[in-house]
Design a binder for this molecule. Sequence first.
Ligand code: ZN
Ligand code: ZN
Length: 652
Amino acid sequence: MHFPCKVSLRTRALKLIANQHPERPPFSRFSTGSTTKLVSPVNRPLLDRFSTLKVPPCSGFAKAVQLKQIHAQIITSGLPLHKLFPFCVESGNIDYARIAFDRARVLCKFDRNAMLQAYSKSAVPERALLLFREMLAVGDHDSGPDKYSFTFLIAACSRLDRSCNCHSMVVKKGFERDTFVKNSLVSMYVSFGAMEDARKLFDGMTEPGDVVLWTTMVGGYMKFGMVGLALELFDEMPDPNDVTWGVVIAGCVKNGRYKDALSIFYDMLQCTNVKPNEASLVCALSACAHLGALDQGKWIHVYVDKRGVICSSNLATALIDMYMKCGSITHARRVFNSVSSRKDLLSWTSMITGLALHGLGREAVDLFLHMLDVGMKPDHITLIGVLNACSHSGLVDQGRQFFHGMQQLWGIVPTVEHYGCIVDLLGRAGFIDEAVNIAKCMPVEPDIVIWRALLSACRIHGNLALAEEIMHHVDRCDPLDHGGSKILLSSMYASSNCWDGVARVRGTMCKQRIQLVPGWSSIEVKGVIHEFVAGDRTHPRAADIYQKLDELFNRLQAVGYSPSTLRISFELSEEDKEQAMYWHSEKLAVAFGLLSTEDGFPIRVVKNLRICEDCHSAMKAISRVFGREIIVRDRSRFHNFKQGSCSCRDYW
Ligand code: ZN
Ligand code: ZN
């Protein structure tokens, strides 16, 4: 049988050990020969090399054979039995460890604990509990559980996701004051999300606890969305290290607190004893990407360059992603080209996805083909990017080819996301029947994204009857209607003057107390992020902004723009509808941008929802009248307004 090179490395190491320690220890009936001599002293560096070796992936039989070889060598070289256990865990053969454990004539406490630890890491952590009970039953000082046994038991309980009374056992056996055991208990409660119990123990610690424990608590709060408590505890923390800072920044990003993430990142830079690690930099860049904070993102890029931070593939990908999402394709390309020699799949994928986001479908597809030419194999995320690119640019034939060929060409089985892309692509392009067919015949249940894509295809192509049918599926998948599908349907009714339909939808919305995601837009001016919601009057310059809006509206009307009020379906007077349109958050953000940036300076706005038709045509007009480039990133893509037209060519 031909084994991978790791095996030959291991065999060499084993031979080396075997040559140095040819004796066989007396403690096991597993010995491969008949002579028994005393345990020989262990060669430390060799042992270290030995312990870093891994069992390569191979068949169950091969694994068993290899384990036997390793076991034999451990015996021959006089190493203690527990050196065998990590190999058993890694090869998924914990039973072998147990057989060796049971057959051993002499077992020390260390062996028992190692077996406990092996169980806690194995696929059967519940057996750690049984072994622990056996240890309790023996009960004498030498073989009964000690503090290490408890930490392994707690680790097993964490894996099992239940405490199995281990806390009370700790108290009963008098280990509740042991810092080591307490730390494990806190981590266990954190892993369950039982943050109150964790906090009680944490607060009751007589010693201040170590940085790892604090970080575990802070990370736990972040993981379960308790950002306020996490930040409070973080403020109290005596000496956070770079990992703690990283956990806090990542937690803020995960919980959508992007501004907080950035301000904590800047606080970190002020500290003399810590330096941001790669994870913190990646998270800070991701916060910039979400906020569309180009200036701050550029600043971090300069920081990375000046500090000589090695631009790893992760960091390069984060930079490309940030530049793409902040609307600067040029900078993204520059980073992408600068990593030419060590471009990996991540960078290719983020570049392709970014181009798709900007509606540069052809370029994205060309880049994808180039990627294939240089021998890079795509993964399922790359394919999502490519299919999205085809979708945003109406490249129907190519999209079909990629979708139908992905399994055969690259061995990627289409997931629900890929189905979502192809349904969106076909629906937008007007092949609604084909899209519906794919949705109905797909091997997995279509998700809300797919139904919504079909619904918006119906809106684009004015197919009200099908929209009503699809709405039933939407209701089933997402009864709370987080995506505003009901608004979409009611606007379709409104545009065909079917006010009964509008009233019906509105009625259901009131009855179900549906809360729509509030729309907001943000704009970065001189490194500060300003956020607006519709009709916002909280901004310090609100009066100026509304005055600017009036001026805008007058100038736009002079060039023939008239508000399209179709999407406002409730029965307001036409003037009121116009007013409501006026105050959409993206218009407020653009008015503020016009007020506070110099002439000729592009205005970049990020919107959390899709831009509405009226704002889209208003932006086109503003870009012409004021001679400004306006870049709006909405929920699904970029719109680059220049000289009265948009990069999406009104196809979005
Ligand atoms: Zn709007
Ligand atoms: Zn557009």
